[in-house]
Design a protein. Sequence first.
Length: 204
Amino acid sequence: MDPRESAAFWNERYRDVDRLWSPNPNALLAELAAGIAPGRAVDLGAGEGRNAIWLAKNGWSVTAVDVSDVGLERAARRAAEEGVELECVVSDWREYRAPSPLDLAVIAFMHPRPDDRKRMFSSARDMLGSGGHLFTVGVDLSELDRRGPRDAERLYTPERLSLALTGLELLRCETVAYEGEGTEGSRPVVDVVAIARRPATEPS
Ligand SMILES: C[S@@+](CC[C@H](N)C(=O)[O-])C[C@H]1O[C@@H](n2cnc3c(N)ncnc32)[C@H](O)[C@@H]1O
């Protein structure tokens, strides 16, 4: 989908309901963030901002990026209501570039077509400072027709993710069965999670 089609598709999904996603952060992201020092983060495809707002509440300086202005307006409204600072940028991930190196890039439940997958993760990698982390989580292929896009090629396997995460040190890349957050509370889900780090540059 081109950026205008993506925006129209996602805006319609957000307008259909008061809330499309859980207000709670992804548990696997919260686990990672608890173990690293807060810094500068970008959440690509931030949606209603559940992960971005949680990071901001936990000391991170966060930019939420999404192609949907409807989703991001909700994120901005909630951040204001909860008294946290959140920068919101309406943009396609293909066009967004962080103005300074990041300590953390988050990509949660973005399932582009295979030809775009590597591009998306490379774009996130290029925004990381040395030692910066990339966190991603997406629906496991075994969940086809239950969750996520109804297109087997767009869902994740650890192999697909590891092939897409080039130029990074892979710290974790696996299928995880856990309690995921839905709008009706938590329920068992199977996702693929990957955590990678941009290697620290060698001192010259
Ligand atoms: C499944 S939702 C996940 C939202 C959020 N990451 C979360 O976990 O709650 C996917 C999000 O990606 C956004 N998105 C889809 N294509 C995009 C693109 N090309 N550039 C930026 N955002 C995009 C959608 O608008 C939507 O908010």
